[in-house]
Design a protein around this ligand. Structure first.
Ligand code: GDP
Length: 434
């Protein structure tokens, strides 16, 4: 988004600063309802980064007796819309009661705020700037003279440090979700039901060399990227091995995603081909949520779900700390829940545990249940750390790493899952020599 809001009492020079920031560009004046101008929008660019500037000035009447309510409105507007707030004061006049009122409200705002000390037209005035620290707001003070532009360069450098260069970089922060599964499980139907008619495409990024396409969506208030395979909806030619191409497409989609929604057909259950795709996701260290689609076709009693789930988990074991959601693309049942689970899985996969907490908890678990000694040798685990990796990876430092066998590693993994939320996320455990 990259938005800066300018707030402050009347006559401190907000508009001058606004014009300075948006430079030669024409300010877009927003005349909502045509009655009051409540804010000015302008676009600007600095060091190759684009951003928008809002002058919230219109909320505050241009007289000296303005009301708390007006200040409040201005601050709320800035708070809602901006990523960074500039609080403008005037060194010529010094701190006024109104500045204090603004400061009081701004202190409650949890966004980067910079105090701009305007009208520093000469070197002498620089000495008055430090007084503004008394307001107790703003991470830093920037002395400027918006009338001639001095100081605005430093201010802009600081501002754009909060912004991303381009929308693509922004998108790296969003969960990349792929919908995978065998032919006819309902992938296209699920995508269509999820995206619906209101499909709101922001950007299409062509897959670099492969044939996946990533599209950004906003649905149910969530931003996410959908990894789709080109030609996914194309009908297979006669004699084409439908299953083969479908798996090939799934492989690409899995590789390019963070989290997969694996669809299985409720009327068929988890078959070996479904399990193959599941293991593919696991081997690629991607997050996974299992959607049991066409749930509308199943006749149910009070045990159906539980039994179905039990059976699935047995097949997925040992990696079965995974969300299972019973959906229907037809009736749209639980599609929102499926999307939210995928996003949650993305968060689970991204989390970095604090080393201190990790050691405090895991070393105690290890002490209570140490690795079995082998050939009369004691195995000691001294320290554990999460490695900087895209998927949760833990290194346990140990005197005899090669002596720690699979079952014990699984014990460690289960303990990690018990204490932290890694549902839907494969975990890697390494033993290392200290
Ligand atoms: P894809 O090959 O995985 O993309 O599967 P499609 O989305 O083309 O769906 C295959 C068939 O299953 C179509 O006839 C769909 O209408 C049907 N279908 C998909 N989802 C559901 C569902 O939730 N319930 C029911 N009853 N039918 C579904």
């Amino acid at each position: 988004s990259n938005i800066v809001a300018i707030v402050g009492r009347p006559n401190v020079g907000k508009s001058t600063l606004f014009n300075r920031l948006v430079g030669g560009r024409k300010a877009i004046v927003n005349e909502e309802s045509g009655v009051t101008r409540d804010r000015n929008y302008g676009k600007s660019e600095w060091n190759g980064k684009e951003f928008s500037v809002i002058d919230t000035g219109g909320y505050v009447s241009n007289s000296s007796d303005i009301f708390e309510e007006e200040i409040n409105k201005q601050v709320l507007l800035a708070m809602d819309e901006a990523d960074v707030i500039l609080f403008v004061c005037d060194v010529e006049l010094g701190i006024t009661d109104l500045d204090h009122s603004f400061a009081r409200m701004l202190r409650k705002v949890n966004k980067p705020i910079y105090l701009v000390a305007n009208k520093v037209d000469n070197g002498e005035r620089l000495y008055d700037v430090h007084e503004f620290y008394k307001l107790g707001v703003g991470e830093e003070i920037f002395p400027i003279a918006s009338i001639n532009g001095s100081g605005t360069g430093e201010l802009l450098d600081k501002l754009v440090s909060h912004f991303t260069t381009d929308p693509l970089e922004d998108m790296e922060e969003l969960p990349k979700i792929a919908i995978v599964g065998r032919p006819n499980v309902g992938k296209s139907s699920t995508i269509n039901a999820l995206i619906g008619e209101e499909r709101n495409i922001v950007t299409d990024i062509a897959g670099t060399t492969r044939d996946t396409i990533t599209t950004r969506y906003n649905r149910f208030g969530h931003d996410f990227l959908l990894v789709d395979t080109a030609g996914l909806r194309k009908k297979a030619k006669v004699n084409e091995d439908v299953e083969f191409y479908s798996v090939m497409r799934s492989v690409r989609a899995i590789e390019d995603s963070d989290v997969c929604m694996l669809l299985i057909d409720a009327t068929r259950g988890m078959e070996s081909q479904d399990l193959n795709i599941f293991h593919l996701i696991e081997r690629n260290q991607k997050g996974v949520v299992v959607l049991v689609n066409k749930w509308d076709l199943i006749e149910k009693d009070n045990k159906t779900t539980i039994n179905f789930e039990k059976e699935l988990r047995a097949k997925m074991a040992p990696f079965n700390d995974v969300e299972i959601i019973f959906t229907s693309a037809l009736t749209k049942q639980r599609l929102l829940k499926a999307l939210e689970s995928a996003i949650q899985t993305y968060e689970n996969r991204k989390q970095k545990l604090k080393t201190s907490e990790l050691n405090r908890i895991m070393l105690e678990e290890i002490e209570n249940f140490p690795p079995p000694s082998l050939k009369g040798k004691y195995i000691r685990i001294k320290y554990v750390t999460q490695l900087p990796s895209k998927t949760p990876t833990f290194a346990f430092y140990c005197n005899l790493p090669q002596y720690v066998k699979e079952p014990y590693k699984r014990f460690l993994e289960n303990k990690i899952r018990e204490h932290w939320k890694f549902t839907g996320v494969p975990i890697q455990i390494f033993m290392r020599k200290k």
